[in-house]
Write a new protein. Structure first.
Length: 370
């Protein structure tokens, strides 16, 4: 079959690549094309647009990029028509992909939505659009299936695909740089995979080494971000900036500071006590506060429905609060409590090979209909 896949973010690119790896195993005549990043490229996707052209974060920031967004939409529609896929697989990236789902429905293309929009957090009216335009939904959070079933959607849950990524991970033994030196604790800093996230949080993070000389701080950099962005903070910094070694870093870390998102689950699955931080522009924050109706921002807290990891969001994030909460990560009782909660979380995320199960389900539903 011919598959057109759209993933506009780093995590979506990773999860899409794991899914496509299994689809290619079962469908030997597959042909992949779409929007994505290096992970999708590595499994044979012919990329028509790359992540660097797609990533935009924040409600307010979207208004400054409308020309770019609509240009990408127009290009995508033309590219889909030209490729004429048997199936379109939408991966997260809801603002863009929901518009493509509408286009697909109107042009008789079949659609799978993998990693669904967070309709439980805001704008529930999107459920009607998903139900109308999408042939099959695959969610990745344990509470989402029940939520979509309330609206009679065709939905399945096989577990969270991070299980595959972490189970398949093998430590790179050449990375001895993460071994403890001089009894210093290794600290993982994951400031996000979007430029706006990095620019908002790094000014606070670069101050930490001056207060904690007993720690070594490593910043996990994203390949999708221009290196000039990191250089703004790496000059005269007492931190190490690394690429393509996030899991190696987490496997050796004592604590982590993480920008909210998929990385909060990754730190939890490596059982690293963490502090979650997030900051955006003033207008984006005001808009988000108006529309988003959830108690927590981190996926760890959302899935467990309780405050397991501390969240420093927007005005709560300052150097004083950062130092205080970072210190708390070294308290033995707090560490034990957090790791016990992680064990419960990991059980909720499902068993092995969710990507393989989803691939089989997709082919069972659509392969014989081509």
């Amino acid at each position: 079959m011919r598959y057109y896949i759209i993933a506009g973010e780093k995590s979506g690119d990773l999860h899409a690549s794991n899914l496509l790896k299994y689809i290619s195993t079962y469908d030997k005549k597959h042909d992949f094309r779409g929007f994505g990043g290096n992970n999708m490229k590595s499994v044979g996707v012919n990329l028509s647009k790359e992540l660097s052209d797609l990533q935009i974060m924040g409600f307010y920031e979207i208004f400054f990029n409308l020309k770019k967004i609509y240009g990408n939409l127009s290009f995508c529609k033309k590219d889909i028509r030209s490729f004429n896929p048997d199936l379109i697989i939408l991966v997260d990236y809801s603002g863009f992909n929901l518009k493509i789902s509408n286009f697909a429905k109107n042009n008789n293309f079949r659609v799978v939505y993998y990693i669904t929009p967070k309709v439980w957090a805001w704008n529930r009216s999107r459920i009607k659009k998903i139900k109308r335009n999408v042939n099959a939904i695959y969610c990745i959070l344990p509470f989402e299936k029940e939520y979509f079933l309330k609206y009679n959607c065709e939905v399945e849950y096989y577990g969270n695909p991070l299980i595959d990524s972490i189970n398949n991970y093998k430590i790179n033994k050449s990375n001895f740089r993460f071994d403890k030196k001089n009894n210093k604790h290794i600290v993982a800093l994951l400031p996000g995979s979007r430029e706006s996230e990095i620019l908002q949080t790094m000014p606070y993070l670069i101050q930490l080494p001056s207060y904690f000389p007993n720690c070594e701080f490593y910043v996990a950099c994203s390949n999708n971000i221009k290196k000039e962005i990191y250089r703004k903070f790496s000059n005269n910094s007492k931190m190490y900036f690394i690429y393509n070694q996030t899991y190696d870093l987490l496997s050796k870390s004592h604590v982590a500071i993480v920008t909210s998102g998929t990385a909060t689950l990754e730190a939890a699955m490596f059982k690293i006590p963490q502090l979650v931080i997030y900051k955006t522009s003033f207008l984006s924050y005001i808009i988000a506060k108006t529309f988003i109706k959830v108690k927590f921002i981190s996926l760890v807290n959302l899935i467990l429905n309780k405050n397991v990891v501390t969240e420093l969001i927007q005005y709560d994030l300052n150097i004083k609060s950062l130092l205080r909460e970072f210190n708390h990560l070294f308290i033995r009782e707090k560490r034990i409590s957090m790791i016990k909660s992680y064990d419960i979380l990991i059980k909720k995320l499902g068993k092995n090979s969710p990507s393989q199960k989803i691939a089989k389900s997709i082919l069972n539903k659509f392969y014989n209909e081509t």
